[in-house]
Design a protein around this ligand. Structure first.
Ligand code: 5GP
Length: 121
């Protein structure tokens, strides 16, 4: 997948579209999902132009990788999600229904989240 710099998260990173910011540092930005699926539904994105979690894992620098995982911990701690638990989801590509082609981690919590996948017909 080639990186499309007109995707919605690239526009958020450039400040062309607003977001409800939760956390930011040199390498990551986190903001509330516009259509929350749980009481806490945060999107964590790297600032670099990565399309999927495996693109990020393969091509990000050690500093970017460390910053990303450290940000998960910061958010989970700040939002008090650790005690009751939380879920991280990174949809990647067509079969996962990835809508925005800039790697993002959904961080969900605040209630029991149910089974990982909907029952398939
Ligand atoms: P995906 O399906 O690609 O894993 O998830 C994309 C997520 O981005 C969806 O949960 C959707 O609600 C969220 N989203 C799409 N457009 C915007 C936007 O403009 N602002 C914010 N904050 N979230 C968005």
């Amino acid at each position: 997948m080639n990186y499309d710099n007109q995707n919605i998260f690239a526009k958020i990173l450039r400040g062309e579209i607003p977001c409800d910011k939760i956390y930011e540092n040199d390498h990551v930005l986190a903001f509330n999902d516009i259509t929350p699926q749980a009481p806490t539904h945060i999107l964590l994105i790297p600032k670099g132009p990565y399309t999927t979690i495996n693109d990020f894992g393969k091509n990000a620098t050690a500093e970017e990788l460390k910053a990303f995982y450290a940000a998960i911990d910061t958010i989970v701690t700040d939002k008090n999600l650790e005690k009751d638990g939380f879920r991280c989801i990174a949809n990647s590509g067509r079969n996962a229904g990835q809508e925005v082609p800039h790697f993002h981690m959904h961080i969900l919590g605040g209630k029991p989240l149910g089974p990982m996948l909907q029952a398939q017909k």
